[in-house]
Design a protein around this ligand. Structure first.
Ligand SMILES: Cc1cc2nc3c(=O)[nH]c(=O)nc-3n(C[C@H](O)[C@H](O)[C@H](O)COP(=O)(O)OP(=O)(O)OC[C@H]3O[C@@H](n4cnc5c(N)ncnc54)[C@H](O)[C@@H]3O)c2cc1C
Length: 478
């Protein structure tokens, strides 16, 4: 029998994980051949580690939240256990830039959402009127309206505008790339809806329920060592990419090979590659951003599917990593600074990377990653201009900066899928669309599985299983 090719589109963590699990489960299909097509000259997608002069600088993700045992079993298989480093517990709290002052985020908040009344009462981030308004959560009735609402709308109703603008917005904005008023409550914080329904008040509900966490993607952590913590890899997260790639057959990865067009002909996929070649495959696993898969579907005449995928908005992000000869802001004990969008600055957050991950720079030096507000990402299109604007704003936030040894600008164009209101329902329609299409096409990638690196790894395994089911069905029909 000829080889049965599964073509994996995209060589980011999702695509590599799908290919890795396919190869690992190869005994189920002896004639399986896996090929990964990646448009860029390197693997990893948004995961990229820059190593220079004894410093390890992550351009994209710098850590992952180890939620449960699943991620550890994959990392163990890849021989990465000894590479794991937990975030420095002494890194310090997160601060919020508030009207010219740096104030600590109150303890007991999760993604900025207060979990304890007392921490809200004590924080100088809220005015007395803001605190009184937040306490109305105890008496306000639940809103039992069907359908998704925005994170902003829900928490403005429960706690008032100040809590959203000073506490919630800076955190969710940094992590999920958009304003709280457009992000989906049902996707990101579904458990708060339940708390409101069951207990009327979110704060009362939090006190009475034993739930350890109410974030959408967060389940209770297992007892695996390191679970429930932020972890990274000593040599940089790109080591994960290298290990996944190393586990594949040497001829499985095709770099600088974009998939330009897809067609379904005579029971086989035809892939037109940017190299000019056309290859065929039994099953296609797409881990492309939704907008790129939409382009391929449109080329197949599937306008309806393309339009559905294009309903998912993406945002572009940028950050500048500054390496200093000595720590900036001497005496500052924080791990990060969040700058609420209402401050209208160039900087949206500052991560004191070498406080969180001391191994990333030689002793005495420091590494600070500065994330850029969306408006400035669009405004400063040249890297030199962006770096200058960020450095100036950073100096305004922190005071005089020590000499900069080097600065690295990283931009990610349309790279972060936004989980906006209605996201779950949108995904359900997309899933139904692909299920009804009846083609051996598996659609995965961060937008469908969750943005975290562990989600991409586990999503890759599910993609592999689905691809194998398609192959088994095809083999039965043959
Ligand atoms: C700046 C930033 C910081 C982040 N920080 C964190 C963090 O700290 N922790 C965390 O857990 N997660 C973080 N994330 C999220 C996480 O890194 C991503 O969700 C995840 O890496 C996405 O992997 P992916 O493979 O799904 O997509 P991608 O990495 O986007 O990979 C898709 C690949 O497809 C390729 N491609 C596109 N079109 C084609 C085509 N036509 N043919 C062939 N190839 C194509 C692209 O070149 C790319 O390599 C961050 C994301 C960003 C952008």
């Amino acid at each position: 029998m000829n080889e049965m090719r599964v073509a994996v589109l995209g060589g980011g963590v999702s695509g590599l994980a799908a290919a890795y699990f396919l190869v690992r489960k190869k005994e189920r299909v002896p004639f399986l051949r896996v090929d990964v097509y990646e448009r860029a000259p390197r693997l990893g997608g948004v995961v990229e580690t820059h190593v220079a002069d004894g410093a390890i600088v992550e351009r994209g993700p710098d850590a992952f939240f180890a939620r449960d045992e699943k991620i550890f079993s994959v990392l163990r298989e890849l021989g990465l256990e000894d590479e794991l480093v937990a975030q420095n517990p002494e890194a310090g709290p997160t601060y919020v830039y508030h009207r010219g002052r740096l104030l600590p985020l109150p303890p007991g908040t999760e993604m900025g959402v207060p979990r304890r009344l007392l921490s809200m009462v004590r924080t100088p981030l809220l005015s007395p009127a803001g605190k009184l308004r937040a306490a109305l959560d105890f008496v306000l009735p639940p809103l039992d309206a069907p359908g998704d609402v925005s994170v902003g709308e829900f928490f403005r109703r429960r706690f008032g505008d100040e809590v959203v603008e000073a506490l919630i917005e800076p955190l969710v904005g940094t992590v999920y790339g958009a304003e709280a008023d457009v992000l989906s409550l049902d996707t990101l914080f579904p458990a708060y809806r339940d708390l409101e329904r069951r207990y009327r008040s979110v704060l009362l509900g939090l006190r009475r329920s034993s739930r350890p966490s109410v974030r959408g993607e967060t389940k209770s952590a297992s007892r695996a060592p390191g679970a429930g913590r932020f972890l990274t890899l000593r040599s940089g997260l790109e080591e994960l990419v290298r290990r996944l790639a190393r586990a594949l057959p040497p001829d499985a990865v095709h770099l600088q090979t974009g998939v330009e067009a897809l067609a379904w002909e005579d029971g086989l996929w035809k892939l037109v590659l940017s190299t000019g070649e056309t290859v065929s495959a039994f099953v296609v696993v797409s881990t492309l951003p939704a907008w790129e898969l939409a382009r391929l579907l449109r080329g197949m005449g599937r306008e309806d599917g393309a339009a559905l995928l294009e309903e998912i908005p993406y945002s572009s992000t940028a950050n500048v990593a500054f390496r200093f000869a000595s720590p900036p802001l001497l005496g500052f004990s924080g791990a990060a600074i969040l700058v609420p969008p209402r401050e209208r600055r160039v900087v949206s957050s500052v991560s004191f990377t070498s406080r969180k991950w001391p191994h990333t720079v030689p002793p005495g030096e420091s590494l600070v990653r500065v994330f850029v507000d969306r408006r400035s990402v669009e405004r400063y299109t040249a890297d030199a201009e962006l770096r200058e604007a960020v450095e100036e704003d950073l100096a305004r936030l922190l005071g005089n900066l020590p000499p900069v040894r080097s600065a690295l600008v990283s931009r990610f164009d349309r790279s972060l899928a936004l989980y906006t209101v209605g996201h779950k329902e949108r995904l359900a329609r997309i899933r139904t669309y692909f299920a009804n299409l009846g083609l051996p096409l598996v659609v995965r990638g961060a937008v469908f599985t969750g943005v975290g690196i562990p989600d991409c790894l586990t999503g890759g395994e599910r993609a592999a299983d689905e691809a194998l089911e398609h192959l088994a069905a095809l083999a039965k029909r043959a």
